[in-house]
Ligand binder design. Structure first.
Ligand code: GDP
Length: 451
C-alpha cells in the first residue's frame, strides 16, 4: 500500500547520505521533497503542513552540524514525526471491568466490517477470550449469512435472531437496536466475555445511517466503537472519518485493504485528523490477514527499516510447539533431516500466511521490491507437490532417487525434471549443513566455533 511513498522517502534520504553537515538549504530542500512525496501519496493537506513544520523545526533546532551523521538524524526525526501522525503509542483494546466488553463496528458498506468481525473474534479467541458475534447488519443483502460463515470459520458463535435482507429488492424490517440489546443479554447469560456487534453501513454517509449507529451505541453502552475504513477510498477517507467521528464518536480506527495498491496516504491521515488512534489493520480477505496496528512499526515499514517485531509475532502465533520440540530433538540426536521434516516445516511457515507479505517486512525490502513482487506463493505449492509425489521411502532416503524416479516425481507434480533436480540439490545441501551444525554444536564457519 505505501510502496511509492516509501520509495520516495528513502530516495530523499539517500541524497543526504555522505553529506558531512547539512545547511539550512539542505534541510529546506529535503523538507520540500518530503512534502511533495506525502501530498502525492494523498496524505491530507493539513496533516502534511503540520508534519513538515515539525520536521523542519526539529531539524533546524537540533544541532545537525555536530551530529555524527546528519542524514541519520533527519531520518530519525522523520520517523518520530511519522509515528506521531499515526497516533503515537500503540493503543490496545480496553476491556470492561465487568464483562462482557461490548465492541461495535461502524463504517460504510463494503468497508470490511463483516470480514473484520470474523478476524477480530478469532484473534480474541486465540487469546483465551470467549467472544460472541452479533449480526445487526439487517440491511445489506446476505450480511447476516456472511457473518455466520465468518463466525463458523473463526470457530466463534453468532447471535443472529433476524435473517436480515436477502436480496436487493427487499425492504429492511428488523430492528438492529433490539438485536444488539438481545445479543448483549445473550452474552451475559452464556458468559461470553466479549461481544462484537456488526452494524449496517451505506454507500455514503447519511443521517439515517448515523442515527442508527448512534442508537445502537447508546443502547448497548459500547465500550469500544471501531470505525472501519477502506484504505483504498483515497481522499474520501478523511471526510468519511470526520463524519463518523462527529456522528458516533468512535474510540478507534481499523484500516482495511492495506494490501491494495492505492496510495494510502489518506488512511495515514485519519488518526491525525480525528484524534483517534488506529488500532488494527487488515491486509487481505483471509482470517489471518489481521494485525494490531503499531504506529512505530508502520513508520519503520514506510521508511524501509523493516518490521521484524511483527514477523516474530506472526511466527510465534502460528508456530506449533510440539512440532518445534520434535525438530529440536531430532537435531540434538543428529538424526537425518528427511523430506517429511521438510514438509512439516513448510507447513509451519505456511501457517504464518503469505510468504510474499512476510518477506516485505524485512528491512531493506524496498530495494528488492521488484524481485519480491515476482515471488509467487505458488512456488511453495510446487515444492509441496514434488514432495507429495515421492514415496514414503524416498522421503526418508532421498539418496535412492535416481533418474527414472526423478522423472516420475516430476510427472506426478506436473513440473519439469530440472525443478526436481534443483529441489534435491538444495535439500542435500541443507541436510549436510544441519548435520554439520548438530555435530559441531554451532553454526558452521563461525569463528571460534568448532565444526
Ligand atoms: P462490510 O459491508 O463493511 O461488512 O464489508 P465486507 O466485510 O463485506 O467486505 C467487503 C469486501 O471487501 C469483501 O469482498 C471482503 O472480502 C473484502 N475485504 C475485506 N477486508 C479486506 C482486506 O483487508 N483486503 C482485501 N483485499 N479485501 C478485503
Amino acid at each position: 500500500m505505501f510502496n511509492s511513498l516509501s520509495d520516495r522517502l528513502t530516495a530523499t534520504f539517500k541524497n543526504l547520505r555522505g553529506k558531512g553537515r547539512l545547511s539550512e538549504a539542505d534541510i529546506d530542500g529535503t523538507a520540500r521533497e518530503i512534502r511533495r512525496a506525502l501530498l502525492d501519496a494523498d496524505v491530507a493537506v493539513p496533516v502534511v503542513r503540520q508534519f513538515i513544520a515539525a520536521v523542519k523545526e526539529r531539524a533546524l533546532g537540533e544541532d545537525l552540524s555536530k551530529a555524527l551523521n546528519p542524514a541519520q538524524q533527519v531520518v530519525k526525526i522523520v520517523n518520530e514525526e511519522l509515528v506521531n501522525i499515526l497516533g503515537g503509542k500503540t493503543r490496545n483494546l480496553e476491556f470492561a471491568k465487568t464483562p462482557p466488553t461490548v465492541i461495535m463496528l461502524a463504517g460504510l458498506q463494503g468497508a470490511g466490517k463483516t470480514t473484520l468481525a470474523g478476524k477480530l473474534s478469532k484473534w480474541l479467541k486465540d487469546q483465551g477470550h470467549t467472544p460472541l458475534l452479533v449480526a445487526c447488519d439487517l440491511q445489506r443483502p446476505n450480511a447476516v449469512t456472511q457473518l455466520q460463515v465468518n463466525g463458523q470459520r473463526a470457530g466463534v458463535p453468532v447471535f443472529a435472531p433476524h435473517p436480515g435482507v436477502q436480496s436487493e429488492h427487499e425492504e429492511a424490517t428488523g430492528d438492529p437496536v433490539k438485536v444488539a440489546l438481545d445479543g448483549v443479554a445473550e452474552a451475559k447469560q452464556k458468559l461470553h466475555d466479549v461481544v462484537i456487534i456488526d452494524t449496517a453501513g451505506r454507500l455514503g454517509v447519511d443521517e439515517v445511517l448515523m442515527t442508527q449507529a448512534r442508537d445502537i451505541r447508546n443502547a448497548v453502552q459500547a465500550d469500544e466503537v471501531l470505525f472501519v475504513i477502506d484504505a483504498m477510498i483515497g481522499q474520501d477517507a478523511v471526510t468519511t472519518a470526520q463524519a463518523f467521528n462527529e456522528g458516533v464518536n468512535f474510540t478507534g480506527v481499523v484500516l482495511t485493504k492495506l494490501d491494495g495498491d492505492a496510495r494510502g496516504g489518506a488512511a495515514l491521515s485519519v488518526a491525525s485528523v480525528t484524534g483517534k488512534p488506529v488500532m488494527f489493520s487488515s491486509t487481505g480477505e483471509g482470517l489471518k490477514d489481521f494485525e494490531v496496528f503499531h504506529p512505530d512499526r508502520m513508520a519503520s515499514r514506510i521508511l524501509d527499516m523493516g518490521d521484524v517485531l511483527t514477523l516474530i509475532e506472526q511466527a510465534e502465533r502460528s508456530w506449533d510447539k510440539d512440532e518445534a520440540a520434535r525438530m529440536a530433538k531430532k537435531f540434538a540426536d543428529q538424526e537425518d533431516f528427511t523430506f517429511d521434516d521438510f514438509l512439516a516445516q513448510m507447513q509451519q511457515i505456511r501457517k504464518m500466511g503469505s510468504m510474499k507479505k512476510l518477506l516485505m517486512m524485512m528491512p531493506g525490502a524496498a530495494n528488492m521490491r521488484q524481485q519480491l513482487e515476482e515471488f509467487d506463493d505458488r512456488q511453495i505449492d510446487r515444492i509441496e507437490a514434488m514432495v507429495h509425489s515421492m514415496t514414503p521411502h524416498e522421503r526418508v532416503a532421498p539418496k535412492i532417487i535416481n533418474g527414472s524416479r526423478r522423472a516420475r516425481i516430476a510427472r506426478g507434480a506436473g513440473v519439469h525434471v530440472s525443478e526436481v533436480n534443483g529441489l534435491l540439490e538444495r535439500f542435500t545441501q541443507a541436510q549436510k549443513m544441519m548435520k554439520k551444525m548438530a555435530a559441531g554444536g554451532g553454526m558452521p564457519g563461525m569463528p571460534g566455533m568448532p565444526g
